[in-house]
Design a protein around this ligand. Structure first.
Ligand SMILES: O=C(O)CCC(=O)C(=O)O
Length: 267
């Protein structure tokens, strides 16, 4: 168990009431330099993949989802500063189960439709804290994340499928209880990060500016939930190839309480 508690009581209360927070901390310059170099490497190594769709990018080499990843992202996912924050929100038993680079190029960066993450994920009971790390300056102009504060309290909402080529994901929240326009913009400096709950409604506009917008989403679940590999078929059903059947999981802290399979997918 950690003795560090980077998040204030007010920040934790905001997460509980509004479903997100921005911690009062920043990654060191040296870490950011390593990450920027890793972004350049993975963009070069994956010319055939849209840069918003670099899934499981924390896995070095070619992963089961057709992406060549980089160790620098794995190191970040294990960084105690980040994991200490996560522990304060989801408890001491933590599984790292996903990591995606959402890099929107300047001028033609894709929209992420307003959605709840849980609509795509095989975790029961549904639980995850996403840490979204800004690698570039992330502003309204270049398509920062937009969140609907408090929307997580509705738990699972109705979504509608949209089969458009210019979207990163293909489900949009469509539920009378939510006003998808009632958003807060999460503008971040490089090295800052936000944290959001699995049920929070969020998304982002296309990037029409000339400035790139790169952010890394790292997914942590409490090990008291089960990663059910049979729940969602392998395929491109969410807009790009996802293979939860073979997705490797890492126990980052504590014990594996619900018995998720931690062996599958590891070399
Ligand atoms: O990067 C974005 O704009 C959206 C990210 C997202 O949907 C997520 O991290 O769950």
């Amino acid at each position: 168990m950690t003795t560090n508690a980077p998040l204030s009581a007010e920040a934790i209360q905001q997460y509980q009431e509004e479903g997100y927070l921005i911690p009062d901390c920043q990654l060191p310059e040296s870490r950011l330099t390593d990450l920027m170099a890793a972004v350049d490497r993975v963009l070069l190594a994956n010319p055939e993949v849209r840069p918003e769709k670099l899934v499981s990018v924390h896995i070095s080499g070619l992963n089961q989802e057709g992406v060549r990843g980089d160790e620098a992202f794995m190191e970040l996912a294990k960084d105690p500063v980040i994991v200490d924050c996560v522990e304060q929100l989801i408890g001491p038993d933590i599984i790292l189960w996903g990591c995606q680079l959402f890099c929107k190029p300047g001028s033609d960066g894709m929209e992420v439709p307003m959605h709840q993450d849980g609509a795509y994920w095989p975790i029961r009971p549904l639980a995850t804290c996403t840490v979204w790390v800004a690698l570039d300056h992330v502003t309204e102009e270049n398509g920062c994340m937009q969140v609907v504060p408090g929307s997580h309290r509705h738990q699972s909402l109705t979504h509608q499928k949209e089969s458009r080529e210019d979207l990163v994901l293909n489900q949009r929240v469509n539920d009378g209880r939510i006003d998808p326009e009632n958003t807060v913009s999460l503008e971040l400096a490089p090295g800052q990060f936000s944290m959001h709950d699995v049920h929070l409604v969020h998304g982002s506009h296309p990037n029409r500016s000339g400035k790139r917008r790169a952010g890394l989403a790292i997914r942590y679940m409490p090990s008291t939930s089960l990663f059910n590999r049979d729940l969602i078929d392998t395929g491109t059903g969410s807009g790009y190839l996802i293979n939860f059947a073979k997705r490797p999981l890492w126990l980052i802290r504590g014990e594996n309480r619900a018995g998720s399979d931690l062996k599958v997918g590891h070399a």
